[in-house]
Write a protein that binds this ligand. Structure first.
Ligand SMILES: [Zn+2]
Length: 205
């Protein structure tokens, strides 16, 4: 059985935000054609994360649960498993872990097993080279903000970028699936219309 790894990344925003007006974009979410066989996923969070971080991650899953689609995230507790998508292998479990991957521009990343067009597993790793916070610590990344984006990848929504080179989310900076985040940003905590349309398009309403 061949397992394909589909890599999705969230990059650090390094430059000033570029605004675009009047761009002709008709679809603000991106689908991959790959999906879970059912309409739920059970997942665990590494037990080394502080309780406040685990709570923020569950708040992130609640946003998707309330998006109007049939899909549900089911948090089932902590685990000592620590998936590292920067050096990845599948194990049949969907978990959130951490790793110090250095200053590589990737705040967090999601990978998983796919058989044919069916998702079998999703894992997210926070790159703890960068600071994460649940209380707005200056210069750190908001856990709920980042994980809400990564959960979109669990559903197999793709990063949204715009046509302005290199690739800015100029038309959808508020969108959860915008591929760029900046420290202390919380725009991605709340789903926008294009995010909701994306999950509904994949899993039905
Ligand atoms: Zn992404």
């Amino acid at each position: 059985m061949k397992v394909a790894y589909v890599k999705t990344m969230l990059f650090v925003l390094l430059c000033v935000l570029v605004f675009s007006f009047g761009s002709a974009v008709t679809l603000a979410y991106s689908l991959s054609g790959i999906k879970w066989a059912g309409t739920s996923v059970s997942y665990r969070i590494n037990s080394a994360f502080a309780a406040s971080f685990r709570t923020a991650m569950q708040a992130a899953d609640a946003a998707w649960d309330a998006a109007g689609s049939k899909f549900r995230f089911n948090y089932v507790g902590t685990t000592t498993r620590n998936p590292n998508v920067f050096s990845y292998s599948t194990d049949g479990y969907s978990d959130i872990g951490y790793f110090n991957a250095g200053n590589n521009g990737i705040i967090a990343a999601t990978l998983g097993g796919v058989t044919g067009s069916t998702i079998t597993e999703r894992d997210t790793t926070l790159n703890i080279y960068y600071g994460f916070t649940t209380v707005g610590a200056l210069g750190s990344y908001d856990v709920q903000n980042i994980v809400t984006h990564e959960y979109g990848h669990w559903l197999k929504l793709l990063d949204v970028t715009s046509g302005l080179g290199p690739s800015w989310c100029s038309f959808s900076w508020e969108s959860t699936m915008c591929a760029y985040a900046s420290p202390n940003e919380t725009n991605k905590r709340s789903l926008e219309g294009d995010d909701k349309n994306g999950i509904k398009a994949i899993y039905g309403v």
